[in-house]
Design a protein around this ligand. Structure first.
Ligand code: SF4
Length: 489
């Protein structure tokens, strides 16, 4: 090996090829797996993102809202580039750009100057402020800083400026989403509750969901029901806006007036019991009308429960069109079950999505075999175990809470499965294990348009099942010998 001047550079350590080969094989053994699972002070490729990224998602879901990161620019760039790569859309956000002096003397000056500039340049209708790790580590007092900013006139008094502490050394993106969402709703609804007023609407909280297709699907379902609604918070236009030659800094989002009036709603359904826990806790003590928290409607049973709940809350029967959709989904499951039945899956991701994957796979007679969440709780483990226990296909399923994708490597190498479900980060494992990866999670950097394909509802059953079964059929076609290469599959 030579350097730019063409001079020979001697390697500090020479590793013989046999040693490289030995280690390459060793990391796929039971012996290595034991060591891998014994590790405690190191996380390798966690299957989650950091708190402020989730907070930014919530902020993007509101009309005219500028997400504002109090912290360093590097973190802000990471959130924005993650959204850019997943959606292939812009994700405008501002930052207080804290650096060394901010870390020593506190970030108030940075925050005030940043807010003043952001208001002048980007003219938002709301600024949603959240923190990255640095101000959390040094203990910046966000409540006092925002109050001072208003007193100093850096931010007009009437401009809604919700804020959330989103330290990434505890929790993950779903917690940041939840904290930001509840702060936005608390800010917008303050003083808006009117005795005796009822908007007649359903407030629907889709939870921390990065799939724009799911938001459109919720809207379509509610339109079929003929039920007026407010989606809290709606990112469907923000990250899937039309290309017509005009750049809009704030496309779409829930109207601020609608969000403010949501406190007078007829009913509220919070989907995603893990990513809306805090918001739901506050809503049920504050909002008018009825309140329900339930899982994200993945698969038939969870979609049935969701539609029945809407029907019950609004005293309207489930529309015939949705019943027909259900029938088609069941027909499709019957036609396709032979291609998925008995196949073993490794699944990883957010708690709410994981619960959905497990339900859906069990309904199809597939085996959720390795189930991994890198930010989970005992409660989640119990909930997944209950799903497994309720099905004859759940007996072999094993749950791994607070484990990462390198643990998953050991699982795949020592106890193989037929496929994985998760996000793009699993592609290296899928390649090593020579199995397909179904990219239903977040983020997806290496395929296009998947965030537009709904996974919830009966339509989601159709999409997930067709994707999975057709891939298995492709594999059969690609790997069979000539005698078994058939027209019919
Ligand atoms: S973990 Fe903390 S430091 Fe790292 S990107 Fe997230 S907020 Fe920034």
């Amino acid at each position: 090996m030579s350097n730019l001047l063409g001079l020979e550079v001697k390697k500090i350590v020479e590793t013989p090829p046999e040693e490289v080969e030995r280690v390459k094989n060793w990391i796929n053994t039971e012996e290595y797996k034991e060591k891998n699972f014994a590790r405690q002070a190191l996380v390798i490729t966690p299957a989650h993102a950091c708190q402020p990224l989730g907070a930014e998602l919530a902020a993007h879901g509101f009309e005219g809202t500028l997400p504002f990161v109090h912290g360093s620019q590097g973190c802000t760039s990471y959130f924005r580039s993650t959204f850019n790569r997943h959606y292939r859309e812009p994700a405008p956000a501002a930052s207080s750009a804290m650096s060394e002096d901010g870390a020593v003397f506190g970030g108030q000056n940075n925050l005030h100057e940043g807010l003043e500039n952001a208001v002048a340049l980007y003219k938002p209708k709301m600024i949603a402020v959240f923190t990255s790790c640095m101000p959390e580590v040094i203990g910046d007092d966000l409540t006092a800083f925002i109050r001072n900013a208003k007193q100093k006139g850096c931010v007009p008094n009437e401009l809604p400026t919700p804020y959330a502490n989103t330290p990434s050394f505890s929790g993950c993106h779903i917690h940041g989403y939840d904290s930001m969402l509840v702060s936005i709703l608390q800010t917008l609804t303050e003083g808006k509750q009117i005795e005796g007023r009822c908007t007649g609407k359903l407030n629907l909280l889709p939870g921390c969901d990065f799939n724009t297709g799911n938001y459109r699907e919720y809207k379509r379902i509610l339109k079929e029901f003929g039920i007026p609604y407010t989606l809290l918070a709606d990112i469907s236009e923000t990250f899937d806006s039309p290309l017509d030659g005009n750049y809009r800094i704030y496309p779409g989002g829930t109207k601020l007036d609608d969000a403010a009036d949501s406190i007078n709603g007829k009913a509220t359904i919070a989907l995603g019991t893990y990513s809306t826990a805090k918001t739901y806790g506050w809503i049920k003590d504050t909002y008018s009308g009825k309140h329900v928290s339930m899982p994200v409607p993945f698969g038939i049973a969870k979609t049935d429960a969701f539609l029945m709940k809407i029907s019950e809350l609004f005293g309207k029967p489930v529309p015939e069109s949705l019943k027909a959709e259900r029938g088609r989904a069941v027909d499709l499951m019957t036609d396709a079950h032979q291609y998925i039945h008995g196949k073993k899956f490794a699944v990883y991701g957010d708690p709410d999505y994981l619960l959905g994957y497990v339900s859906f796979l069990l309904e199809m007679g597939a085996v959720p075999y390795h189930i991994l969440c890198s930010k989970g709780t005992k409660k989640l483990e119990k909930e997944i175990q209950a799903l497994l226990d309720a099905s004859m296909y759940g007996k072999e399923g094993r749950i791994y809470i607070n484990k990462d994708l390198w643990h998953m490597h050991s699982l795949l190498m020592t106890d193989p499965v037929d496929a994985m479900i998760g996000d793009t980060h699993g592609k290296f494992l899928a390649r090593t294990a020579k199995i397909p990866l179904f990219r239903f999670g977040f983020p997806v950097f290496d395929r296009v348009n998947l965030h537009r394909v709904p996974l919830i509802g009966y339509q989601g059953v159709l999409n997930m099942l067709s994707t999975i079964c057709n891939k298995f059929i492709d594999i059969t076609d690609d790997t069979c010998d000539n005698e078994h290469f058939e027209m019919m599959r």
